[in-house]
Write a protein that binds this ligand. Structure first.
Ligand SMILES: C[S@@+](CC[C@H](N)C(=O)[O-])C[C@H]1O[C@@H](n2cnc3c(N)ncnc32)[C@H](O)[C@@H]1O
Length: 247
């Protein structure tokens, strides 16, 4: 994956991903192996269309990770990173691993990440994505986080991130593993989940609902005469982010 190049058609704005071997064919024509490895950023393909060629960065590679369950979006990950204060010294536990979207993102920026995933088929996808990013600071357990949370070392985590249908199964346990002042963050695609979590937290003494947020992005397209927001899925609602601060 790290050898991947990104090809952008200037005519259509379409993105293509080249795995680094052979020619590249798509519906807009083809590029030769020589062109693809020439080091030039701008070349013309077999149909005389201009293509931009770049070495892939981590964002490009994130677009191409193997997918099973729906992955978290970069817009939400960016806010979680900034708002939770995590950094290269942080230890994180998260569940469910799903496709490993959040797992691999946290793995790139934090010291240690441990992910729990209850489904074996999802574990295989997560592990393959961890391997593709070459992350040796990320570990995966096939199991239920709710059954494991209370056996973790006290005050060992800078973040507990929950992206699972029933976060209350974890939240009703003792969350002593999270350090005081750090966060449990729930990623909640439904209002009903948010209400259920809020009700449970009202009964708990050691978690404070500090913020409930929805992150929106708006991409713009600028033409000669018409400039307007683009229709892109990231503008749609994805989830509520609930920041619970540990006492
Ligand atoms: C929406 S996916 C998570 C997506 C993930 N954040 C990503 O970015 O790829 C939710 C996952 O939670 C898993 N799950 C549900 N309950 C769980 C539990 N108690 N412990 C561990 N994993 C769980 C499901 O099997 C599913 O794979």
């Amino acid at each position: 994956m790290t050898n991947m190049k990104v090809l952008i058609s200037k005519k259509t704005g379409n993105y293509y991903y080249y795995n680094g071997v052979g020619e590249y064919h798509c519906k807009e024509g083809f590029l030769t192996e020589e062109q693809l490895h020439s080091g030039e950023n701008l070349v013309k393909n077999s149909k005389d269309r201009e293509f931009l060629i770049f070495e892939s960065n981590k964002h490009d590679q994130f677009q191409k990770i193997k997918r099973g369950p729906q992955i978290i979006t970069e817009k939400d990950l960016g806010y979680i990173m900034a708002r939770s204060g995590i950094d290269k010294t942080s230890s994180i536990v998260e569940a469910g691993g799903g496709s490993g979207g959040a797992t691999t993102f946290f793995g790139r920026i934090c010291d240690k990440v441990h992910t729990y995933e209850i489904r074996e088929d999802h574990c295989k996808i997560i592990q393959s994505n961890i391997d593709k990013f070459g992350l040796d600071n990320v570990t995966l357990t096939h199991g239920d986080l709710a059954e494991n949370i209370e056996s973790m070392d006290k005050n060992s985590l800078d973040l507990l991130f929950l992206d699972m249908p029933e976060p209350n199964m974890v939240l009703e346990k003792n969350i002593d593993a999270v350090k005081s002042g750090r966060y449990v963050i729930c990623y909640l695609p439904n209002v009903s989940q948010m209400i259920e979590v809020t009700k449970l937290i009202a009964e708990k003494q050691n978690l404070y609902v500090e913020e409930i947020t929805e992150v929106q992005t708006r991409h713009w397209r600028v033409w000669e005469r018409v400039s307007r927001p683009e229709f892109r899925s990231e503008q749609d609602f994805t989830a509520f982010l609930m920041f619970l601060r540990k006492l």
